[in-house]
Ligand binder design. Structure first.
Ligand code: S3P
Length: 446
C-alpha cells in the first residue's frame, strides 16, 4: 500500500453562501449500477455516476472479474456484463481502498461464484467488522478466511472461496444494515431457489429497486409490524439498463447544513435524491427550524428527487428520534455540527452503528467538537450537544480526520462558522465520495 503525504486544509469564517449547485451522483446507487450492469448480459449505460475513489474501486473490481467498463468523454459510462454466474477469478487481490460498500456487496457476489477472491483495503477499512457478512455467506456455503481484528472481530484482508451452486438462505438481519442485506441478495442472484432477507428495521432500498429494474424476480412483503421480507429468486438473468444516477443526499447534507448555519445564505441544490430510506436528515433539520424547500419533486432512475432551496435559519436543539437513524445513518456527523450552532440541547441515542463506520464517528466527533469549543457529552450510543444559539464557534484547532471523508467535510463546514480557522489534518479522504466538495464550496462563497 502506498501512503501519500497528508494534505492539511484550513476552513475559515465564510461570507454568505449563494447560488445554485449540482452535487455528484449517489454513492450507494453508483456502486449498485456498476455491479448489476457488470452482471447483465449486454451493454448498460450509466450517466451521473459518482466518480469518487470508492465507486472507482468497485469499477476496478468488476473489470478484474471480466466486465468491460468504459467512461466516454461525455461522462457516460458503458458496461458490458458477463452474466450472472459468469464472474471470472481475479488474478490479484481486489483493493477496496476505503470502501465498506464495495467490500461487503462484492463479498456477496463472489460468494456464490466458483472463484476465489482476496479483499484488501486501507487502514480504516481493515479495522471494520466483516463478520456481519461472513456469517450469512458462510451459511450459504462460501468458505471465508478473515484476519482477526480487535475484540474478536473478523476483518480484512480476507479470502472468499465461493460455492456454486450455493444453498439458498432465509436470514433475519441482526443489525440494521443495507450492506448486509444487499450482500445476501446479491449472493442470491446466482443461487437456485429463493433467498430471503428478513429486515425488522427498514434500511436504504436501492438494491431492491435496482435488482427489479434489471429484471430480477424480487418481491417485498411487509408484516403489520413493519418487518420486511425480501425474496429473490435465483438463478437470475439480468437485462442491461440505461440508468441516470440522482445526486447524493448524503453529499447534499454538507451544503444543506452549511447554508442553514452561515448567516445570509440562500442556495439551491439541484437533483437531490430523496428516497424515503435516505431522507431522514431533512425531516430532522426541519424539526429544528431549518428552512428547506423542495422544488419540482420528480422521479429520476426509479428514485424520487427534487431541487432543494435552503436558507439561513435559527436552529433549535431537539431529541432526535432513534427510529430515524437508519434513514440518515451517514448524516450524523454533519447533524452534530448543526446542533453545535442550535439553541439548547440536541440529544441523540441509538447510534451504536456509528462506532463501526469509516471511523468511530461518535468518539471522533466528540473529540473534534470539544476541540473547537463545543460542549459535548458522549454516551455509549450517542452524543448530547449543547448549542451556541447561533454564535460562532471558537474554532482554532487541528482536527484529525481518521481517513473518514464525512468527518473531514463536517469539520470543514464547522470552520465556516468559527471565529478562528479549523484545520483538517488531511483533506484527501473527501475524494472517496465527493471529489469536487471544495470547488463547490468556493463557488457558493463568492
Ligand atoms: C450503504 C449502507 C450504509 C451506509 C454506507 C452505504 C450502502 O452502511 O452507511 O455509507 O450503500 O448500502 P450499513 O449497511 O453498514 O449501515
Amino acid at each position: 500500500m502506498t501512503h501519500e503525504p497528508a494534505t492539511p486544509r484550513r476552513f475559515s469564517a465564510s461570507t454568505p453562501l449563494e447560488g445554485k449547485i449540482a452535487i455528484p451522483g449517489d454513492k450507494s446507487i453508483s456502486h449498485r449500477a456498476l455491479m448489476l450492469s457488470a452482471l447483465a448480459v449486454g451493454e448498460s449505460r450509466v450517466t451521473g455516476l459518482l466518480e469518487g475513489h470508492d465507486v472507482l474501486a468497485t469499477a476496478a473490481a468488476m473489470r478484474a472479474m471480466g466486465a468491460t467498463i468504459e467512461r466516454r468523454d461525455d461522462g457516460e459510462w458503458r458496461i458490458h456484463g458477463v452474466g450472472v454466474g459468469g464472474l471470472l477469478q481475479p488474478r490479484e487481490a481486489l483493493d477496496m481502498g476505503n470502501s465498506g460498500t464495495s467490500t461487503r456487496l462484492l463479498m456477496g457476489l463472489v460468494a456464490t461464484h466458483p472463484i476465489t477472491t482476496t479483499f484488501t483495503g486501507d487502514a480504516s477499512l481493515s479495522g471494520r467488522p466483516m463478520g456481519r457478512v461472513i456469517d450469512p455467506l458462510s451459511q450459504m456455503g462460501a468458505d471465508i478466511s478473515a484476519s482477526p481484528g480487535a475484540n474478536g472481530t473478523k476483518t480484512l484482508p480476507l479470502m472468499v472461496r465461493g460455492l456454486a451452486p450455493a444453498t439458498p438462505l432465509t436470514y433475519r438481519l441482526p443489525v440494521a444494515s443495507a450492506q448486509v442485506k444487499s450482500a445476501i441478495l446479491l449472493a442470491g442472484l446466482n443461487t437456485p431457489g429463493i433467498t430471503e432477507v428478513i429486515e425488522p428495521v427498514p434500511t436504504r432500498d436501492h438494491s431492491e429497486r435496482m435488482l427489479r429494474g434489471f429484471g430480477a424476480d424480487l418481491t417485498v412483503e411487509v408484516d403489520t409490524d413493519g418487518t420486511r421480507h425480501i425474496r429473490i429468486v435465483g438463478e437470475a438473468e439480468l437485462k442491461p439498463q440505461t440508468i441516470t444516477v440522482p445526486g447524493d443526499p448524503s453529499s447534499a447534507a454538507f451544503f444543506i447544513v452549511a447554508a442553514l448555519l452561515v448567516p445570509g445564505s440562500d442556495i439551491t441544490i439541484a437533483n437531490v435524491g430523496l428516497n424515503p430510506t435516505r431522507a431522514g436528515l431533512i425531516d430532522v433539520l426541519r424539526q429544528m427550524g431549518g428552512n428547506i424547500e423542495l422544488i419540482d419533486p420528480r422521479e429520476v432512475g426509479g428514485e424520487p428527487v427534487a431541487d432543494l432551496r435552503v436558507r439561513h435559519s435559527a436552529l433549535k436543539g431537539i431529541a432526535v428520534d432513534p427510529a430515524v437513524a437508519p434513514s440518515m445513518i451517514d448524516e450524523f456527523p454533519i447533524l452534530f455540527v448543526a446542533a453545535a450552532l442550535a439553541e439548547g440541547r440536541t440529544v441523540t441515542t441509538g447510534l451504536d452503528e456509528l462506532r463501526v463506520k469509516e471511523s468511530d464517528r461518535i468518539a471522533v466527533m466528540a473529540t473534534g467538537l470539544t476541540a473547537i469549543g463545543v460542549r459535548v457529552e458522549e454516551s455509549e450510543d450517542g452524543l448530547v450537544i449543547h448549542g451556541s444559539g447561533g454564535d460562532p464557534l471558537a474554532g482554532d484547532a487541528t482536527i484529525k480526520g481518521h481517513l473518514d471523508h464525512r468527518i473531514c467535510m463536517s469539520f470543514a463546514i464547522a470552520g465556516l462558522v468559527s471565529k478562528a480557522p479549523v484545520t483538517i489534518d488531511d483533506i484527501a479522504p473527501v475524494a472517496t465520495s465527493f471529489p469536487n466538495f471544495e470547488a463547490l464550496l468556493t463557488e457558493l462563497a463568492q
